[in-house]
Design a protein around this ligand. Structure first.
Ligand SMILES: [Fe+2]
Ligand SMILES: [Fe+2]
Length: 198
């Protein structure tokens, strides 16, 4: 997975080891969240962990990356000591992780846990720092105002919050979204010096 993130970094930022490897940061966050969610929901921890590590391994395939990632898992996992009877569940969870929101919920617990963990890692304060790191790694000129404008333009996050499947993820997503919105307000108020009047 590390190699896949470095190949993606080379394509995105022109170097294998950029100052911030967004994909690696994202995937490691997803693994942590997915394993915790598996524990809290009773999902199969081995399936969830493998799916979390591999879910974006074929990210370069863009909107086909869930299918391509699933194919990779079906080929790669049999070469490891991963339990063979669980490989198809890993592939199916990876296949189902597309999209920032869903019209209809997923019906398999391990797929739900991967989806929730993947999206939790894209909202809240994590999104602020990952996005900022990404912009810096690209080396494009940016300003605090640019970041605020981009950050404020995130209506999709409300839909993501509403699409969460598991109870702990739903709760965390709502809190993360509130913290996210509050951050932009506080930042603007600091820049305006609102706190000097108090
Ligand atoms: Fe993905
Ligand atoms: Fe992801």
């Amino acid at each position: 997975m590390r190699h896949a993130t470095e190949a993606e970094a080379l394509a995105r930022f022109g170097k294998r080891k950029p100052v911030f490897n967004y994909r690696w940061e994202h995937v490691t966050a997803v693994v942590t969240l997915a394993m915790k969610l598996a524990e809290l929901t009773g999902a199969d921890g081995e399936v969830v962990e493998a799916a979390a590590w591999l879910h974006d391994v074929r990210k370069e395939a863009r909107e086909k990356h869930p299918q391509e990632g699933a194919k990779f898992a079906r080929k790669f996992l049999p070469k490891t000591d991963f339990p063979p009877e669980k490989i198809e569940a890993v592939a199916q969870a990876i296949e189902a992780h597309m999209g920032l929101w869903l019209d209809a919920p997923l019906d398999n617990l391990e797929a739900q846990v991967l989806w929730d963990a993947d999206k939790l890692a894209k909202i809240g304060l994590t999104a602020v720092f990952h996005f900022t790191g990404n912009v810096m790694a690209r080396g494009k000129p940016t300003t605090t105002d640019d970041l605020i404008r981009y950050g404020r333009d995130a209506e999709w996050q409300a839909k993501t919050v509403a699409s969460m499947h598991t109870e702990p993820a739903r709760r965390a997503a709502a809190a993360r979204f509130a913290a996210y919105n509050q951050l932009w307000g506080s930042l603007e108020s600091e820049l305006r010096g609102d706190d000097l009047d108090a």
